[in-house]
Design a protein around this ligand. Structure first.
Ligand SMILES: Nc1ncnc2c1ncn2[C@@H]1O[C@H](COP(=O)(O)OP(=O)(O)OP(=O)(O)O)[C@@H](O)[C@H]1O
Ligand SMILES: [Mg+2]
Length: 299
């Protein structure tokens, strides 16, 4: 079976997705290795074995993510391309959520850091990013909870109580404020105690990261007419992400969507871009970086 592989070399983990010749998804998987080269070869080998493919089945490989810059040659003599992460995630996020690129969508990548990508009328634009993301969650969990396993932090957070760590509007004012219900956060960790319960801190950390991402997304949508926000990245797998984004959605009148395979938006977007972008690249005048055996740039 012919297949195109999309590989997203992120700041923390590598994701790989395979699309069949008819564009259908063959499968996905995630690997972690100490360096990007080990990661990319490991991901390919693991994928072939998992889905019963052989190297000769792979017609193209498209690399994306911050680590793609470390790979500048064709892998296994298979034509290999690089595309920017924002193009890949924008495209992949829309595909996974069932949105057309010609519509209006904000795609958010919640990885080690956070990126906001506006998809509008067929164009995909990185409008900015924030350093509050998964890396923040890991770092603060290590510092405050002596725990770096995010699955364990999420488990702790299940029994946490935000009232013990976050200051709410209701804590600091008696009367109602316009557009601000009493339970809205006035200051994340504004009520932190000297000896807090780990469960409360864990929930406060998840709430801090997800609220900041949600509110930045809401600001990014203001005055744009965008109502649909597709969330992607490994952090979307946490149950608390759904709960906390649902609250932000109510406050700001947005739809936050976490599609199936949200972790793999970049990899799927890269693989799905291959045919279309190659046709466009062929129509452009030749530029540097296209020599045989070197990874070529798509968009
Ligand atoms: N088991 C887990 N469940 C959910 N989230 C996790 C888990 N393990 C780690 N994480 C979080 O996922 C984050 C990494 O997310 P992701 O894999 O999407 O990032 P990345 O693609 O490597 O980074 P970037 O896109 O910023 O380059 C980590 O920083 C951590 O907070
Ligand atoms: Mg990523």
């Amino acid at each position: 079976m012919e297949a195109v592989l999309g590989i997203d070399l992120g700041g923390s983990t590598t994701k790989i997705a395979g699309l069949a010749g008819n564009g259908g998804l063959i499968g996905v998987l995630q690997v972690r290795a100490s360096d990007q080269i080990t990661s990319v070869y490991g991901a390919i080998g693991h994928f072939l074995q998992e889905y019963g493919l052989e190297l000769k089945d792979i017609t193209k490989i498209v690399l994306t993510g911050v680590g793609a810059s470390y790979v500048d040659c064709d892998l296994y003599n298979i034509p290999t391309y690089r595309m920017t992460e924002f193009q890949a995630v924008g495209r992949g996020g829309c595909r996974l959520a069932g949105f057309d690129l010609s519509g209006q969508t904000l795609v958010v990548s919640m990885g080690t850091g956070t990126a906001f990508i506006r998809v509008c009328g067929g164009s995909i634009t990185h409008i900015g990013g924030s350093g509050i993301g998964g890396g923040t969650l890991v770092g603060l969990s290590v510092g405050l909870l002596r725990e770096k396993d995010i699955a364990e932090v999420a488990r702790l957070a299940e029994s946490g109580d935000l009232d013990n760590v976050d200051l709410t509007i209701g804590d600091i004012t008696r009367g109602p404020l316009p557009n601000l219900p009493p339970h809205a956060t006035a200051a994340n960790f504004g009520k932190m105690k000297y000896n807090p319960e780990p469960a409360d801190v864990a929930l406060g950390l998840l709430n801090l990261v997800f609220q900041v991402v949600g509110i930045m997304a809401a600001f990014a949508c203001k005055n744009s007419g965008i109502k649909d926000v597709v969330l992607t990245g490994t952090l979307t797998t946490l149950v608390k992400a759904r709960e906390i984004f649902a609250e932000v959605a109510k406050l700001h009148g947005l739809n936050f969507i976490i599609p199936e395979h949200s972790v793999f938006a970049g990899a799927i977007g890269a693989a799905s871009a291959a045919e279309e972008e190659l046709a466009r690249a062929a129509a452009r005048p030749p530029e540097g970086g296209g020599a045989a055996g070197r990874a070529k740039t798509l968009v």
